[in-house]
Design a protein around this ligand. Sequence first.
Ligand code: G3H
Ligand code: ZN
Length: 287
Amino acid sequence: MNLKDYILEAEQKEVAIGHFNISDMAGLKGIFEAARFLNLPIVIGLSEGEAEFFGYKQAGAIVRSLREQYDYPIFLNADHTKSLEKIKEAVKAGFDAVLFDAGKLPFEENIQKTKEVVEYAKSANPNILVEAELGYLGASSVILKEIPKDAAINKEDLTKPEEAKRFVEETEIDLLAPAVGNIHGMFKNAPNPNLDIERIKQLREAADIPLVLHGGSGITDDNFIKAIEAGILIIHINTEIRLAWREGLNKAFSEKPEEIVPYKLLPYAVDAIKNMTEKRLRLFNKL
Ligand code: G3H
Ligand code: ZN
């Protein structure tokens, strides 16, 4: 089964597949361990910055090695990729999916650029899934002090069903990432704004392809459940992974102030990421 098959399976089961971002092996290990523990398919994402640090080819090779060694449904997505050049790197490295991120561009330009990406990606690998963003979600997976200025959270700025329909028809993308009140990043002591569940339902109907919910960190459990019921099939989490990584390392350094052996310190980060991922996967899969 490829990623598309697992997305169809998620639809039948009325659950969502977890997509988690990584910058390093600690992240990958923690996420993979959680997925294997629950026996669930998993998508590993690397945005442009993360992939630059990890290496496109290296991420492709390591994820493929896990898939083969454990005969496991682990998939790889080139998350938030802003140029055709980087999309090409990801496709050549064997990624299963790419997200072309032109959500900040004007509608017509977004269509044109996304079309080029779909044409290239499908000719290079007919099985690859191409996702595109319609509506802007803010730039970074960080702890936020305020809602990013240009992020779409007001009703009039959310992705419109008629635009989504035209966008999907013209670009022939496989997956759509809409703006439905979701933003990248999370607040330290408060949940993220509520999602527009009604809009998710309308978009699912209008776009008629699987919808991907970005900016998962900080969203309430109740909102997640309703979003999945409304038709979300993949959920992206990054900031919560980064926070778990940092907290795990803080604990390692305070418990072992003299330790210098990386493989004795890094397991703290792996464990923290594993616990966080497991919690989210249970929620997304009704376990
Ligand atoms: O593509 C990555 C996700 O949309 C991450 O969003 O950092 O708010 O979880 P998040
Ligand atoms: Zn995202």
